[in-house]
Structure formats: structure tokens, C-alpha cells
Design a binder for this molecule. Structure first.
Ligand SMILES: [Zn+2]
Length: 373
């Protein structure tokens, strides 16, 4: 979402982190999790260490710059007003963290602030909707919604949410963390504006030395996933996504953990296995739907840009490696399921990689319903 400041350029120029860069004998087609997760393990832990180091540097600099300001503040506020002092100290420190973070990571957001990239991505999303089997009115509605989504950067987000001035918002509202370094991406609505933010902490874990083209490919899945949340079932209802949800509950319900609510319902009606399965799949639906939109967009990109098999595989490894080993808290399916099943067994992905699908037994679940590969 930004471009390179001097500090970032220096900090990252010593090593190129591209999860896909390592030579591997595994392939997404035949050994999906080995290729995406096992083979990228070293690179991922090195990147985590690097991100932590940067985060600590930001914190140290912020503490240094906050100290004289806090001393000054203490001259103004009596020590008997200790709560007021504590709040002011917190506020000053967070302002310094944000200032330091903005300077250091100012460069990495270019991939999502570049208007050409945004136009391309939004075009893919419109195409993905056009190519779906939804009825004309739904397509028109989805396209209208997506055309209004703003893909922002951290600085813009802070301004919109007024974080510089509102301590409570800083504490509660900022899913990127006050320094922006939480490895997160999310969809939200701020004062009526539909919004997608990929946190700097997420972008910084991408290869900074990769070409702009490769970085764009690597971020497509994440942004399209977040854009997909603006038209997921929580926004437009379960009915439109019924073919997808039925396929998931029939074929993959055992892959999902039950939330507390799901458990309650399933225990109350032990004989209604189908009802229980549908409930569990529906609780995960928002994420499963968002993933499908992301998958559609990456497949469209591979086709439109005539990516080679190798380039497509690299794009997918870079797109999904962040999810390796993530668990299912009752809402997000496990990384293993999202990578090994949702992505690998998707017809458009299997087609883009020209996979041999003879070992795949269960159908693929797509937004159009079940498809046998
Ligand atoms: Zn999501």
C-alpha cells in the first residue's frame, strides 16, 4: 500500500523474501500443502523475525520521542490527576508510534495506492461477478456495491477514523494496531463509506524486492477476499449463496469447528445432522464466500495476463502462504482447508495450473454449487 522510504528500502534490501522464490520439487497440483506451507517455512519465520525487529525499532524510537513530551505534559497536569496523566501518556506514545511507523513503512503501500492497480483489480472483480451464475439483478447489485468500495492505506484510514485524537478508537478500533504492524487485512464501513484496508504489517511481510507486477499478483487474493466481504452472506443474505453453502455442508461439514452457537443447536437436535451441518457451514460462510471471490479474481488475472504455469503457481504460493497453520475458531476455516481444498480443488485454479485431478474424489464447491473436477 505504499512506496519505499529510505529506511524500509535499507532494511529490506539485504534479503529478498518471496515465498515462492525457493526451488521446490513439490507442486500445487500434487502436493498443495507441502508446496505452499512446508517449502516456505524458513522464509516465513525469517520474515516474522524481520517484522518483529522493525516493530521493536519503531517502539524504541517512539519511546525516545515521547519521553520529553510526557515530561512536559506532567508539568501541566498535577500528579494527583493520575488517570488523566496515564491517558495523556498513552495518547502521546501512540502518536509517536504512528509517526515513526508512518515514516518507516511509508513506502510499502504503493501496491495498493497505485490507481492503475486499483482500477485493474476492480475490473477483475466486476468481471468475476459478470462470469458468475447469479441473476442479472443480483449481478447489477453486486457490481454497484463493489464499485463503491474504497481500497485505502493506513494513513488515510487513521484520518478517517480520527485515531490521532481519539484514544478509545485507538484502543478499540484499529485492527492494524497503533503502529500498523499487525499482519491483518479487513473490510469495514466508515461513515457510510465501504472500505478495505490491508494493514502495513501485512504488506511488509510481502517480498519488498519483487517486481511491482509480482507484488500486485501476490496481494490480489487478499484484497479481493476483503472486497468479497462487502457482498458476503452477512450483507446480502444466505439465499443467494445457497448452492455454495449446500455443497459445503454436504461435502465438507466435518472440516469445520463448531462455534458455541453451533454446538448448542446441534446438541439440541441430535437427529438433524443435515441441519447441524448447514448451520456449521453457514457460520463459516462469510470467510468461505470471500475466499471464492478472491480465487475468482486470481484465476482471472492469470488468464488475462497470460501467466505461465510457473508464474501462476508463484502467485498462488505468495497469496496463500500467510494462512499456513491457521486454526478454525468457529468462523475462519483452517488454513489447511482454505489452501488444500478451497483453492486447490477450485475448477478455475485447477484449470489455470492444468492439474491432473484423478486423485480428487469430492466435488469442488463453487459459488455456482458443486462441480466435479
Ligand atoms: Zn475474511
Amino acid at each position: 500500500m505504499k512506496c519505499k522510504t529510505l529506511l524500509i528500502a535499507c532494511a529490506l534490501s539485504t534479503a529478498a523474501f518471496s515465498f515462492s522464490a525457493m526451488a521446490s520439487s513439490n507442486s500445487i497440483c500434487d502436493s498443495t500443502l507441502a508446496r505452499v506451507c512446508t517449502d516456505t517455512q524458513t522464509q516465513r519465520s525469517e520474515m516474522n523475525a524481520r517484522t518483529l525487529k522493525l516493530k521493536n525499532e519503531i517502539a524504541a524510537e517512539a519511546n525516545r520521542n515521547a519521553a520529553p513530551r510526557i515530561d512536559e505534559m506532567k508539568k501541566q497536569i498535577s500528579k494527583f490527576h493520575f488517570i488523566k496523566r496515564a491517558i495523556q501518556s498513552y495518547k502521546i506514545r501512540n502518536q509517536e508510534i504512528m509517526k515513526s511507523a508512518k515514516t518507516r513503512i511509508g513506502g510499502i503501500e504503493s501496491v495498493v495506492t497505485n490507481p492503475e492497480n486499483i482500477a485493474k483489480l476492480k475490473g477483475y472483480m466486476q468481471l468475476a461477478i459478470d462470469q458468475s451464475n447469479f441473476d442479472a439483478a443480483t449481478k447489477a447489485n453486486f457490481k454497484a456495491i463493489e464499485s463503491t468500495v474504497m481500497i485505502g492505506n493506513f494513513g488515510d484510514f487513521l484520518e478517517r477514523t480520527n485515531l490521532d485524537d481519539d484514544v478509545m478508537s485507538q484502543l478499540l478500533g484499529n485492527a492494524c494496531g497503533s503502529d500498523g504492524m499487525v499482519e491483518n487485512a479487513f473490510a469495514t464501513t466508515i461513515s457510510g463509506q465501504r472500505y478495505v484496508l490491508i494493514c502495513p504489517g501485512f504488506l511488509i511481510s510481502m517480498s519488498q524486492n519483487a517486481s511491482d507486477k509480482d507484488r500486485f499478483s501476490s496481494i490480489l487474493q487478499a484484497i479481493a477476499h476483503e472486497m468479497g466481504h462487502h457482498i458476503d452472506n452477512s450483507k446480502v443474505g444466505n439465499d443467494l449463496y445457497k448452492p455454495y453453502l449446500s455443497c459445503l455442508s454436504t461435502n465438507y461439514a466435518d472440516k469445520f469447528n463448531k462455534s458455541a452457537d453451533d454446538k448448542k443447536l446441534c446438541e439440541k437436535n441430535p437427529k438433524d445432522v443435515d441441519g447441524c451441518n448447514l448451520k456449521v457451514a453457514t457460520t463459516h460462510a462469510g470467510e468461505l464466500i470471500a475466499d471464492q471471490w478472491g480465487i475468482k479474481v486470481t484465476a482471472i488475472h492469470a488468464k488475462q495476463e497470460n501467466l505461465s504455469f510457473g508464474e501462476t503457481e508463484d502467485m498462488l504460493v505468495n497469496s496463500w502462504a500467510k494462512l499456513c497453520g491457521t486454526g478454525d475458531e468457529g468462523i475462519h476455516p483452517t488454513g489447511d482447508f482454505r489452501i488444500g481444498t478451497l483453492m486447490r480443488v477450485n475448477p478455475a485454479i485447477a484449470g489455470a495450473l492444468a492439474c491432473n485431478n484423478s486423485a480428487i474424489v469430492k466435488p469442488a464447491c463453487t459459488l455456482d454449487g458443486a462441480v466435479n473436477l
